[in-house]
Design a protein around this ligand. Structure first.
Ligand code: IMP
Length: 198
């Protein structure tokens, strides 16, 4: 067993991701059919970027894309106190908006985003997440579309990071030993090269 395999498991392979993202696009098309203007997909930076890119490529019909970035205040991970670091450029009043998240964990981030965007008088407001860590929820939050329900485990890859790294791993990896990774943040560098675990 290599060092990285002691630290992480492949949880969802890229082929499974592609298949599920395609299905999600179909589900969303059905629900969003007949909107007057193209729906606005709001990517939450930075984790959702790969998911969003694949989702819109699968989407049959016009969509508009915008990005929002929020950050927790110091010590705020569990507090739910967040602020907008980069706001939307689109005026979403009267538009059909879908928030695109990489993962919903405690639900605090999505809850904040839903409230903030709802205040802008959208015609409709929905959310899609690739991953749903439902067991970790602190606040109940509406989620119209979800790719995969996962256990309470820290994941990286396909946009998700650990200290800024591993967003470009093509699969989703479950980190078994987060302390080990914190000690040596380069440990999972091998899975960046697909053939190493093909
Ligand atoms: P929430 O506010 O607790 O629902 O979490 C929102 C954010 O926490 C996500 O958008 C991610 O940026 C981050 N996050 C939560 N769980 C994970 C994980 O397992 N890996 C990487 N980031 C995570």
């Amino acid at each position: 067993m290599t060092a990285w395999e002691q630290t992480a498991d492949v949880l969802i392979r890229d082929v499974q991701l592609r298949r599920r993202v395609h299905e999600l696009a179909r589900e969303m098309e059905r629900v969003l059919a007949g909107t007057k203007q193209p729906p606005v997909l709001v990517g939450v930076l930075k984790g959702s970027t790969l998911f969003l890119a694949d989702l819109i490529r699968s989407f049959d019909g016009h969509v508009e894309v915008d990005f929002i970035s929020i950050s927790s205040y110091a010590g705020g991970g569990q507090s739910g106190v967040v602020r907008i670091v980069k706001d939307l450029e689109t005026d979403i009043r009267g538009r059909d908006v879908v928030i695109v998240e990489d993962i919903v964990d405690t639900g605090l981030t999505l809850n904040y985003l839903r409230q903030t965007l709802a205040d802008r008088e959208t015609n409709s407001l929905r959310a899609v997440t690739l991953l749903d860590k439902v067991a970790r929820r602190i606040v109940p939050v509406e989620l119209e579309f979800a790719g995969f329900e996962i256990e309470d485990v820290f994941v990286v890859g396909y946009g998700l990071d650990f200290q800024g790294r591993y967003r470009n791993v093509p699969d989703i990896l479950a980190v078994k030993d987060i302390a080990k990774l914190a000690n040596d943040p380069m440990l999972l560098v091998e899975p960046l090269f697909l053939e190493k675990y093909a």
